[in-house]
Design a protein around this ligand. Structure first.
Ligand SMILES: NC(=O)c1ccc[n+]([C@@H]2O[C@H](COP(=O)([O-])OP(=O)(O)OC[C@H]3O[C@@H](n4cnc5c(N)ncnc54)[C@H](OP(=O)(O)O)[C@@H]3O)[C@@H](O)[C@H]2O)c1
Length: 255
């Protein structure tokens, strides 16, 4: 008997009805990372009309099943990161929850993925809950960021540029033994990674709602114009799950 709040139909591949989301995700595995950097995925929820914010946060766009899926995705990664814009506007909680933490420990992995926060020149609210967990945390800031030290338990890394260049950032993570990074937005950080063609997978939840607002989309317009404006970056559909009226899609860009 599956919990109705987490029940899904697998639409593609290998269709199956009424399965538990955890079971549907049991075989989830990341592809091999490229030789020179960690593998990178983004995880976002939007409305049908593609908006990634509802009154300034992602709250209310997805269901309980989407929140469970988010944790299941996190559990598969070495690090889970976000841009400072999301921390400033919506707060951040990037852990997996007790049951998945225990599963990770049983697999010989740390309870939670390493937390990664990416800021440029702006303020970083160090009183935020993100700084209080016992998982390792890395805060990457731009060259001129006024921050001089991070709270205990957080490693502060200063980029050589005004904003951390995604490739430099991935090099820093790789030096620390991190082989996979799940980015949970926001749209501007996603855009910086897309600009450098550094997104390998996209996990996209389409919540069954329409907004008609001018809220940010999953990926903000790339500063200075997109390299894909004429030749779109093609993706392959890996899987589709359905929960009630909501869709969970996985796309792969590499390979
Ligand atoms: N629907 C979803 O799934 C979802 C997921 C996440 C967030 N959100 C929503 O998205 C909104 C926040 O998104 P956002 O796009 O404003 O913020 P963001 O992408 O979380 O963070 C943007 C900030 O990252 C810093 N940054 C560091 N390196 C950068 C680079 N190379 N390029 C661009 N920025 C860089 C900059 O900080 P400085 O200002 O310090 O320079 C910039 O202001 C919130 O409303 C949040 O709720 C939705």
């Amino acid at each position: 008997m599956t919990d109705a709040a987490h029940r899904v139909d697998r639409l593609w591949p290998d269709p199956a009805a009424e399965i538990d989301l955890d079971e549907a995700m049991a075989a989830f595995a990341l592809p091999e990372p490229p030789p020179d950097r960690p593998i990178v995925a983004i995880n976002m929820v939007t409305s049908i009309d593609g908006r990634a914010q509802l009154e300034g946060t992602a709250e209310g766009l997805g269901s309980r099943a989407d929140r469970r899926l988010m944790r299941l995705h996190r559990a598969a990664f070495d690090a889970v990161g976000s841009g400072a814009g999301t921390l400033r506007t919506a707060g951040l909680w990037l852990r997996v929850g007790d049951d998945l933490a225990e599963r990770r420990v049983a697999e010989g992995r740390p309870r939670n993925p390493t937390g990664v926060l990416i800021a440029g020149t702006g303020p970083v609210p160090t009183d935020a809950g993100w700084f209080s967990g016992d998982e390792p945390r890395i805060l990457l800031v731009g060259r001129d960021n006024p921050m001089r030290s991070a709270p205990p338990g957080t490693e502060l890394l200063r980029a050589p540029d005004e904003r951390p260049d995604p490739r430099w950032l991935l090099g820093q993570l790789m030096e620390r033994g991190i082989g996979s990074l799940l980015l949970e937005g926001g749209p501007h950080i996603n855009a910086a990674f897309l600009e450098h063609d550094l997104i390998d997978e996209v996990y996209w939840t389409v919540g069954a709602n329409l907004l008609g607002t001018d809220a940010l989309q999953m990926i903000a317009p790339i500063d200075g114009g997109s390299p894909y404006a004429r030749e779109p970056r093609r993706a392959h559909l890996v899987s589709v799950l359905r929960h009630d009226d909501e869709l969970f899609m996985r796309y792969r860009l590499s390979g």
